[in-house]
Design a protein around this ligand. Structure first.
Ligand code: NAD
Length: 279
């Protein structure tokens, strides 16, 4: 089973980003607003800032307590929208539950020209209208992995498990754009395996730890595992059962070290693009 190593692809792309950053008059600045103290989100934000520094970008953080009201979050976002040091920014998701935050509404407060994650209605509209500006980072990162490892996409059958705005829908769109024949599966899909077992490429973004083994895939399939979960022993795992897949599928992205680093890399790329006025 080949390993589709996201760290390797990331290092190639981050080197190119660093070269481009050095050509700019001012270093781009990536802003992050973190609401609450979710430990996983804190790790993600730390990793994003580390990656920024490594390519010569600045980072600007606003930390807010989970008890903040939506209006105060909106005010912090207005600061980000108006701060000339912030080229692009994101609000770390998920937002704390049960505090009155509507994710899509919060996204609408991001100025589209500062949309680092590519998740505003404007960015998604451009993508789905076939004139992409900034592209959601995780699905874009998946496409870059497939490209780097020369996994043929055109004419092949692909299944995307998950239909979130962040991963599933834009993933299905990008694969369709690359001329795959795409099926989206989700929690209401009946007989999931009847779809996945037909697919040459399966992108799994269901958020269910290790829930798919070899019975779910045809022999020789390429599987991209987007899920990230922390197990009781402290280790990370994805949505598939890696041990079970060995010797059955052709290639798999590891967790960690697969889609995760690519998501951050594409965030840097979006920030660079917006700094260059190409967003
Ligand atoms: P989400 O909860 O918004 O969406 C999950 C989707 O999976 C839903 O559409 C749901 O219908 C579907 N689903 C759930 N259980 C299913 C099942 N048993 N069968 C078929 N479909 C099922 O999640 P999301 O934001 O899209 O993220 C998905 C996973 O990817 C999570 O584990 C998340 O942590 C991870 N993630 C990783 C990265 C990364 O950089 N690696 C980025 C974003 C999300």
């Amino acid at each position: 089973m080949r390993c589709l190593d996201g760290k390797e692809v990331s290092s190639v792309i981050r080197r190119q980003i660093k070269e481009q950053v050095q050509k700019l008059d001012h270093p781009p600045g990536l802003g992050v607003i973190l609401v609450g103290e979710d430990p996983a989100s804190q790790v993600y934000v730390r990793n994003k800032f580390k990656a920024c520094k490594a390519v010569g970008m600045k980072s600007i953080e606003i930390k807010l307590p989970a008890t903040i009201c939506p209006d105060d979050l909106k005010a912090a976002m207005t600061d980000m929208n108006e701060n000339p040091d912030v080229t692009a920014y994101l609000v770390q998701l998920p937002l704390p539950r049960g505090k009155g935050f509507e994710t899509q509404q919060v996204m609408s407060w991001i100025a589209p020209y500062k949309d680092a994650d590519g998740l505003t209605v404007e960015s998604l509209g451009h993508l789905f209208a076939g004139v992409p500006k900034v592209i959601p980072c995780t699905p874009h990162g998946v496409m870059k992995i497939l490209e780097h490892y020369k996994i043929p996409v055109e004419g092949r059958r692909a299944v995307v498990i998950g239909r979130s705005q962040i991963v599933g829908y834009p993933m299905a769109h990008l694969l369709t754009d690359a001329n795959a024949t795409v099926t989206i599966c989700h929690s209401r899909t009946q007989n999931l395996y009847s779809h996945t077992r037909e697919a040459d490429i399966v992108v799994v973004a269901a958020g269910q730890p290790q829930f798919l083994g070899k019975d779910a895939f045809k022999k020789g399939a390429v599987v991209v595992d987007v899920g990230i979960h922390r197990m009781d022993n402290g280790q990370l795992c994805g949505d598939v059962d890696v041990e079970d897949l060995k010797g059955h599928i052709e290639a798999l992205t590891p967790v960690p070290g697969g889609v995760g680093p690519m998501t951050i890399t594409m965030l840097l790329q979006n920030t660079l693009k917006l700094a260059q006025g190409r967003g």
